[in-house]
Ligand binder design. Structure first.
Ligand code: HEM
Length: 448
């Protein structure tokens, strides 16, 4: 059996092209080589990409045995999320964490969050300037950051909340900056650990270490305070994790709790904010859908809202691939993929499969309503798949539902530019190149 087909261009050329326009490169490769193709990206093992739900499913099935997602993510995320979180662990350790973290992030545990998410959103929307362009992605980041700090970290103290609201975006920015991520991991950690280099202020590692230390000080102090005075009524995720015990009756250590909190923030804050920004970016450019959504919400029917959210996550999935590192070889589409390779279901390509989603570039929430909905099920994977399926998917969908409703209850949004915003790569996500720019108008004034 042969290796999957792919470009013979040098890795550096493939990488530069990919970073400039990932969707176009991936689409181009699918057209040229079919639904299973290989690429070389600088600094990473050889990688196979797949573009159909059936092939993606085969890769997700490796989660039980032979596919490591944690090791892949550590290549990007270890400096910020550490080694002891759901994002970065594999094997039995990962399973122990997953069981403990799943409980506070599911079903009834988060159902009670609705009102608090709405209050956080309303407080922010009230402050939006009216009649001038705003960058929706950063507005949404503000909202989803406070949601995580209050409902996941359980922070109530206003001064502490304000401090983390300032520090965390700065930390995320420097952690994801090109200057830091291009450094090979070994060199990066030596630079971070060197007392001498830490005095060189302009180095990205110096700024990163300083910010991480400032955040850690607050997070560890919060953990210590809450251990000292547990509140049995508290419903935030940290309070529940402090109570949680594994099968051997062991709690999570302070280090594990720290890594887990930062991982939930890292995985859950920008992804949700960007998905919301894309949803509005699509809505303002598809007036018929926007009008129908308003009408259905006025009737208090959320079915169409759910379809809008699904369609936005389909046509603009923020995480474009759910990558695994292969422990053992796998056969994909008649090709042999060796152990040691990366294997990535490309979510954005699966979501554009024209056999499942006719006219895939159109924003058509109706695909997810009525009889059509059933055949989309296996091919809709914005939250990944297999055992590593997003642990915060229910919370993310709840946030999106509540925040969109609160926005539409208060303002109407318009754009002067009918052209779609381009996709720009940021860390492992695809964000709107102009930040999801819209103009907000007070509802009362706009409708009179
Ligand atoms: C719309 C928003 C979100 C999107 C699109 C999203 C997407 C994803 C994707 C694609 C993965 C990788 C799955 C895989 O490898 O198969 C993932 C993993 C993860 N997500 Fe999300 N996510 C979102 C929101 C959240 C939120 C709100 C949280 C928690 C507060 C969260 C926590 C996690 C965690 C902990 C993982 C790692 C799970 C594991 O490996 O066991 N995510 N997410």
């Amino acid at each position: 059996m042969t290796l999957p087909p792919g470009s013979a261009l040098p890795a550096i050329v493939q990488t530069v092209r990919f970073l400039r326009d990932p969707t176009r490169v991936l689409e181009g490769n699918r057209r040229r080589y079919g639904p299973v193709f290989r690429m070389r990206l600088v600094g990473f093992p050889p990688e196979v990409f797949v573009a159909t739900a059936a092939h993606a499913e085969r890769i997700y099935r490796m989660d039980a045995n032979g596919g490591r997602a944690g090791e892949v993510r550590r290549m990007f995320l270890e400096p910020i999320v550490g080694q002891q979180s759901l994002l970065s662990l594999d094997g039995d350790q990962w399973m122990r964490h997953r069981k403990l973290v799943n409980r506070p992030l599911h079903g009834r545990a988060i159902a009670g969050y609705r009102d608090e998410i709405a209050d956080i959103a309303v407080a922010d929307i009230e402050r939006w300037p009216r009649g001038e362009p705003i960058d929706l992605r950063s507005r949404m980041q503000d909202i989803t950051l406070v949601v995580i700090l209050r409902l996941v970290f359980g922070i109530r103290d206003a001064a502490r909340l304000a401090r983390l609201r300032k520090l965390l975006p700065e930390l995320a920015d420097v952690a994801g900056s090109v200057a830091l991520t291009v450094l090979p991991p070994g060199l990066r950690s030596r630079m971070q650990d060197s007392a001498l280099l830490r005095r060189v202020r302009f180095l990205p590692t110096t700024r990163f270490v300083r910010l991480r230390a400032a955040v850690d000080e607050i997070v560890y102090d919060e953990i210590a305070r809450r251990r000292a005075t547990p509140d049995p009524e508290a419903t935030d995720v940290l309070s529940r994790l402090l109570e949680a015990r594994d099968e051997d009756g062991e709690p999570l250590s302070d280090l594990e709790l720290r890594d887990e909190l930062i991982a939930l923030l890292e995985a859950g804050h920008e992804t949700t904010a960007t998905s919301l920004a894309w949803t509005f970016e699509r809505l303002v450019r598809t007036p018929a859908v926007f009008d129908r959504l308003r009408e259905e919400l006025a009737r208090d029917d959320e079915q169409y809202l759910d379809a809008v959210i699904k369609e936005a996550l389909r046509v603009r999935p923020v995480v474009f691939a759910a990558t695994r590192l292969l422990d053992s070889p796998i056969e994909l589409g008649g090709h042999q993929v060796p152990a040691g390779w990366l294997a990535a279901p490309v979510i954005s390509l699966v979501h554009r499969d024209p056999d499942v989603f006719p006219a895939p570039d159109e924003f058509r929430p109706e695909r997810f309503l009525g009889e059509d909905a059933a055949r989309t099920q296996k091919s809709w994977m914005p939250f990944g798949g297999g055992r590593r399926y997003c642990a915060g998917a229910q919370l993310a969908l709840l946030e999106m539902r509540v925040i969109i409703r609160e926005v539409l209850d208060r303002v109407t949004l318009t754009t002067h530019d009918p052209a779609p915003e381009a996709e720009r790569i940021r860390h492992v996500t695809l964000v709107p190149a102009r930040g999801g720019r819209v103009v907000a108008h007070d509802l009362a004034r706009a409708t009179c």
